[in-house]
Design a protein around this ligand. Sequence first.
Ligand SMILES: [Zn+2]
Length: 180
Amino acid sequence: MIDEILQYNQAFVENKGYEKYITSKYPNKKVAIVTCMDTRLTELLPAALGLKNGDAKIIKNAGGIISHPFGSAMRSLLIGIYELDVKEILVIGHTDCGAMYTDSKKMIEKMKAQGITEQSIDMIKYYGINFDAWLSGFMDLDVSVNKTVDMIKKHPLVPEEIKVYGLIIDSVTGELTKIA
Ligand SMILES: [Zn+2]
């Protein structure tokens, strides 16, 4: 796969394929989006929201959640707000999310099947990481989106003027439903 990508890339640059994407580092619409890494959303989400290159800061992870108030997703939002002029934040969950129903116990079994030792897992637990909570999915999409919206709204470093909304996007049609 990497060879294919590098070969394509060479032609892309030579043919100036980048020209139509040129923009600045500041989001034109002053928006940051927290959403899922799901591959169905790669092009669908910006297309369905009418977003072009340069319009929004898009922060993606499994489930589109902020799992820790001082983790990397929250850090990205704070950089968006204080360095890149973000004024609005959209948390967008999606239907049929693969991060729902994730079972941490099953994932640990898969890790062991791929050679991760019991000692490694014990060591992580020893350092106070709540493995189950960290790896577990969410049972209810609305609850998950609301939880992340709340975490941002109540975050001690997020200024009051920042507007935060929660939405769900249909993974097939791209239809948005505002829930918070
Ligand atoms: Zn997902």
